[in-house]
Design a protein around this ligand. Structure first.
Ligand code: ADP
Ligand code: ZN
Length: 455
């Protein structure tokens, strides 16, 4: 029987104290997954008070929080009395200005990958690392990863948190954990085969590249025993997820996190995949209007603001993530009451303006990934041709595509341009290019190249 038929898939079993998956194990890892809204709110108030006391140990926060008594916090909504913290604040306190404990209590430092500027240093106590591994293990357990899984982590180890962050979660669960690191596809494929890897953590852009390498080696991605993939660190569309699931015949779950809130483990999809649960016993999420900082109603897109509720070494209060999403209204069928956010639409900084229209790369990805002839990668190039803005979308096609006739190419070019126009209200110049011909990056994908003169 082909291996694919025997793959264990994520099961839809709602949480309750006795609920079990078919292997006889509990469907939840932590008691807090059973909490109702009242229990979550009271835990948040307690944690918030404790965090405010701890933050007074740091000059930066002491000044910011002057006049605020931790006991003034009576409900989670009282968080609005605390000022926001921005990336610039964190940069201004680099390297150790935000420590709330003596330096000797710090056992590890991580730093953001600097996709959008100078680094931010985030320091952890031993207790912080324990909490982080715990919440990460909870995420993996929720999507069906169990101690008998072989977990291959294809994320960069080092300052980037996707390596060690996921690693210690998988180890905590008891998986045989392989710190494969990024790239080096041949070795990656050999490890997958030799150790029978069943679960992976991978960047969306790399997951497709890896499948190409498998096919080049004459291997079908479906023939590997992979059954679950944790995919995050950069935005991707639902269309992209479906491609990945079909390609490898595995379940794909969205994983969201950021260095400022430790790293991965902040929000994660459950088996229902209707948004990502934010673990509200660890983080207090808000969604605010980017311009005014006022909360937006559930269902409306705004900027995600996060407060770490448990961190000792470097708690961060009301952090403006720049990530755009919305709270999903209603309850999740999984029974967990931790609030859900929609997949990240992009960073506020990713938005670009063409002919006065605000556009996010994800809007473009959503459209082009629905065309079966479209390959894995694309690039958005912004130019000025002297008359005005030009939006070029370069799209890699499947290998077989160019062997067919020119008429098909021109008609597809036109159809994609029309579909994009109806989504973004600007007519792009669509260029269909050969697979693997666009420039690749080692880490997070770079989708937008802005060549317009800025003066
Ligand atoms: P950097 O900001 O330098 O990339 P991080 O490695 O801390 O540093 O990356 C965190 C950011 O990555 C988030 O703020 C978000 O923009 C993006 N990100 C992380 N996970 C996801 C996800 N699942 N979907 C979309 N974007 C994500
Ligand atoms: Zn759920």
């Amino acid at each position: 029987m082909p291996q694919a038929d025997t793959k264990r898939r994520a099961e839809l079993v709602p949480v309750s104290p006795d609920a079990k998956t078919s292997d006889g194990t509990s469907v939840f890892l932590d008691e807090s997954e059973l909490w109702d809204r009242d229990r979550i709110a009271s835990a948040q108030v307690q944690s918030l008070r404790a965090v405010l006391k701890r933050a007074a140990g740091c000059g930066f926060y002491r000044e910011r929080l002057a006049g605020l008594d931790p006991m003034d916090i009576a409900s989670p909504a009282d968080i609005a009395r605390i000022p926001f913290t921005t990336k610039d604040d964190l940069r201004s306190q680099y390297p150790l200005g935000l420590l709330c404990v003596p330096r000797r209590e710090i056992v590890r430092m991580h730093s953001s990958s600097g996709t959008t500027g100078n680094p931010v240093a985030v320091c952890h106590t031993r207790g912080d690392l324990g909490e982080w591994a715990g919440v990460m293990a909870r995420c993996l357990y929720m999507v069906g990863v169990r101690p008998d899984d072989v977990f291959q982590n294809m994320s960069g180890y080092g300052l980037f948190t996707g390596g060690l962050g996921i690693h210690f979660g998988a180890e905590r669960l008891g998986c045989m954990t392989i710190p494969a690191g990024p790239g080096n596809s041949r070795r990656q494929i050999k490890l997958l085969r030799d150790f029978g890897t069943t679960a992976i953590h991978v960047l969306p852009s790399y997951a497709l590249i890896l499948a190409d390498h498998m096919r080049e080696l004459g291997e079908d991605p479906k023939s590997f025993p992979l059954r679950v993939a944790v995919v995050g660190a950069e935005p991707y569309s639902e269309e992209f997820r479906l491609r990945l699931q079909n390609l490898y015949d595995m379940d794909v779950f969205n994983s969201y996190g950021l260095s400022e809130m430790s790293g991965p483990g902040v929000a994660f999809e459950c088996p229902w995949r209707q948004g990502l649960h934010v673990w509200e016993d660890h983080f207090l999420p808000e969604i605010v209007d980017v311009a005014t900082g006022e909360p937006v109603p559930d269902g409306e897109v705004g900027e995600l603001v996060l407060t770490s509720l448990r961190r000792e070494g470097m708690p961060i209060l009301r952090y403006r993530t720049r990530d755009l999403t919305r709270f999903l209204p209603g309850d999740c069928p999984c029974g967990r009451r931790h609030r859900r956010i929609d997949r990240i639409l992009g960073r506020a900084d990713d938005m670009f303006i063409v002919k006065g229209v605000n556009i996010y790369p994800m809007q473009i990805e959503r459209v082009i990934m629905t065309f079966p002839d479209v390959g894995h990668d694309y690039r958005i190039v912004l130019e000025n041709d002297g008359l005005g803005d030009v939006l070029r979308v370069q799209i890699e096609m499947r290998d077989a595509f160019f062997e067919e006739d020119m008429r098909k190419l021109q008609s597809l070019q036109k159809t994609i341009a029309q579909r994009l126009r109806s989504e973004i209200l600007v007519t792009p110049r669509v260029e269909l290019v050969e697979g693997s011909s666009l420039p690749k990056t080692e880490g997070k994908a770079v989708r937008v190249v802005d060549m317009r003169r800025k003066d």
